[in-house]
Design a protein around this ligand. Structure first.
Ligand SMILES: C[S@@+](CC[C@H](N)C(=O)[O-])C[C@H]1O[C@@H](n2cnc3c(N)ncnc32)[C@H](O)[C@@H]1O
Length: 435
C-alpha cells in the first residue's frame, strides 16, 4: 500500500460520512503491512488537505471534465481531488502529482480514465482562480473558503466582511502550546528538558504556558510520558484559568473528557480538595482517569454523568466549569469536517447547552463561580446563551477576566477569541457569579 493509495481509499470511505479522524484511523489499521510513520503522516496530509479544500478543488476540476465531478466514479473522483491537492497545496511538483495519480488510476482498475486524469489535472492546476472570481459573498465563503452553505451563511450573517479573514485563518494552524504540570515540574525545568529532547520552546503569555515546536508528535516526548505537561491551546487554558480553582475547593468540571481542562484545574488546586470530572459518553470516561494517572493527579474523580439532568445527590461546588458540547465552529483548523456541517440539530444543541449551564448554576455554592465555555464562534451558542441565562437568573452577573490575550474581545457577555485576531482557536468563555 502506498500513502497516496491509502489517502484515496480514505477519501472514498469518507464520502459515506463519518468523522475524518476515525475514517483515516480505520484505513490505517486495515493496512498490512502497516505504513511506516513517515508514509502514514504523508497519507494523512493528503487526506486532510484534500478534505480542507474540497469545494475549491471540485470547482477547478469541473471546469475541465465532461461530466461534473460528482458524477465520476468514486475512485477517479478521489484520485483527481487528491492529485490536485498535492500539486496546489503540498508543494508536490505537478509532473510528480500527475504521474502518481495516473499510476493510481490504473492500479484502482480505472485505466480507461487514466488519460482524462492526466489532462484534467494539468489544466485544473494551471487554471487561474482567485477570490475575486466569487462576487457573491456566500459563494466566496462556501467555494473559495470551503465552508458548507449553512456555515457560510452563519459566518456572513454574524461577522459580515470579517467572515473572510476569519475563514482564511482556519487555514493557519495555531502554534502548539502546552500546560506545565506544576505538580511535577516548573516552566524553567520543563523548558530545559524539552530543549534537551530537541524541541524549540518559547515562554507563553502567562505562567504555566509554553509554546513548543515539537520535533515529532508531542505524545512521543519523554517529558509527556512522565506526565510533565499536557497539550492545551491558549484559549482553552484561558477558560480553565477563568475558573480560578483554588487548593482545597470542591470543583465540578461538568463536561470533562478528554480532560485537558480538568488537568489544568487539578494543577491549580495543587491536587488538594476534590475535582469531580463528569462525562456523558461512557467510552470517553476512561480517558479522564488515564490523564489523571499520567499526570499523578489524585484529587480528581472521573464519573459518567449527564449534565443536562439535575443530580440532587451531588453536593454544591465552589467552582463549576460548563465546557459544553458545541458546534465546534472555532476549531475548524484542527477538524476539517466541521467546515461542512449542515447545522441540523443546532436547536437541540442550544437547548442542551442552556440546561447544562442552568444545572451548573444549581450545583454552585452561594459564593461560587461558574464558567461557561465553548469552542465555537457562533453567537447563539455563546453570548446569546449567557444572555438567556442571565434573564432567567437575575441573581447572577458576568465577571470580566483579569487578563485575556491581545485581540480577544472582552464583551459584557463573555470573552470571544477569533482566530484571525488572537492566533488561537475560536473560543468563548464567560465567568458568572451571584450578585
Ligand atoms: C467540549 S468537550 C469537553 C472538552 C474538555 N472540557 C477538555 O478540556 O478536554 C464536551 C464534552 O462534553 C461531553 N458531553 C456531551 N453531552 C454531555 C452531557 N449531556 N453531559 C456531560 N457531558 C456531555 C462530550 O462527550 C465531550 O466530551
Amino acid at each position: 500500500m502506498t500513502p497516496r493509495r491509502l489517502a484515496v481509499k480514505a477519501l472514498i470511505h469518507q464520502e459515506q460520512a463519518g468523522y475524518a479522524n476515525l475514517v483515516l484511523d480505520a484505513e490505517l489499521k486495515k493496512c498490512t503491512p502497516p505504513l511506516d510513520s513517515r508514509d502514514a503522516a504523508f497519507a494523512a496530509r493528503i487526506f486532510y488537505t484534500t478534505l480542507e479544500r474540497l469545494p475549491l478543488l471540485d470547482y477547478r476540476i469541473n471546469q475541465f471534465t465532461k461530466k461534473p465531478i460528482a458524477k465520476l466514479d468514486a475512485p477517479v473522483r478521489a484520485v483527481l481531488r487528491a492529485g490536485l491537492a498535492q500539486a496546489l497545496y503540498m508543494n508536490v511538483p505537478l509532473p510528480a502529482a500527475v504521474n502518481e495519480s495516473v499510476k493510481l488510476t490504473r492500479a484502482l482498475g480505472k485505466s480507461s480514465a487514466a488519460g482524462m486524469v492526466n489532462a484534467v489535472l494539468r489544466r485544473a492546476a494551471a487554471a487561474d482562480v482567485s477570490e475575486a472570481d466569487f462576487a457573491d459573498p456566500l459563494d466566496r465563503l462556501s467555494i473559495y473558503y470551503c465552508l458548507s452553505r449553512p456555515v457560510a451563511e452563519l459566518f456572513y450573517a454574524q461577522f459580515g466582511a470579517e467572515a473572510f479573514p476569519l475563514a482564511a485563518a482556519f487555514y493557519e494552524k495555531p502554534k502548539t502550546t502546552i500546560r506545565v504540570n506544576t505538580l511535577r515540574t516548573n516552566d524553567t525545568a520543563l523548558t530545559a528538558l524539552l530543549q534537551q529532547e530537541g524541541h524549540t520552546v518559547t515562554p507563553g503569555p502567562w505562567p504555566g504556558a509554553l509554546v513548543v515546536e515539537f520535533a515529532g508528535s508531542p505524545a512521543a516526548s519523554a517529558a509527556f510520558k512522565k506526565g510533565l505537561f499536557h497539550v492545551q491551546g491558549l484559549a482553552s487554558q484561558f477558560a480553565a484559568l477563568c475558573v480560578d480553582a483554588l487548593p482545597g475547593q470542591q470543583v465540578l468540571d461538568f463536561c470533562a473528557a478528554p480532560g485537558g481542562k480538568s488537568l489544568t484545574l487539578a494543577e491549580a488546586m495543587q491536587d488538594k480538595g476534590q475535582l469531580v470530572s463528569g462525562e456523558f459518553v461512557p467510552s470517553r470516561v476512561p480517558l479522564l482517569q488515564q490523564a489523571f494517572d499520567r499526570c499523578g493527579i489524585t484529587c480528581a474523580v472521573a464519573v459518567e454523568n449527564d449534565a443536562t439532568q439535575h443530580n440532587s445527590d451531588w453536593p454544591t461546588f465552589d467552582r463549576v466549569l460548563c465546557d459544553v458540547p458545541c458546534s465546534g465552529l472555532g476549531v475548524i483548523a484542527k477538524k476539517p469536517d466541521i467546515r461542512y456541517k449542515d447545522l441540523d440539530g443546532i436547536e437541540n444543541l442550544l437547548a442542551a447547552q442552556q440546561k447544562i449551564l442552568q444545572n451548573g448554576a444549581d450545583s454552585l455554592a452561594e459564593n461560587g463561580r461558574l464558567v461557561y465555555s465553548t469552542c465555537t464562534v457562533n453567537d447563539k451558542e455563546n453570548q446569546a446563551q449567557v444572555e438567556k441565562f442571565l434573564s432567567a437568573n437575575p441573581d447572577f452577573h458576568v465577571v470580566l477576566p483579569k487578563t485575556a490575550l491581545p485581540g480577544a474581545d472582552i464583551t459584557p457577555l463573555g470573552t470571544l477569541f477569533l482566530p484571525h485576531r488572537t492566533g488561537t482557536d475560536g473560543f468563548f468563555a464567560a465567568i458568572l457569579e451571584r450578585n
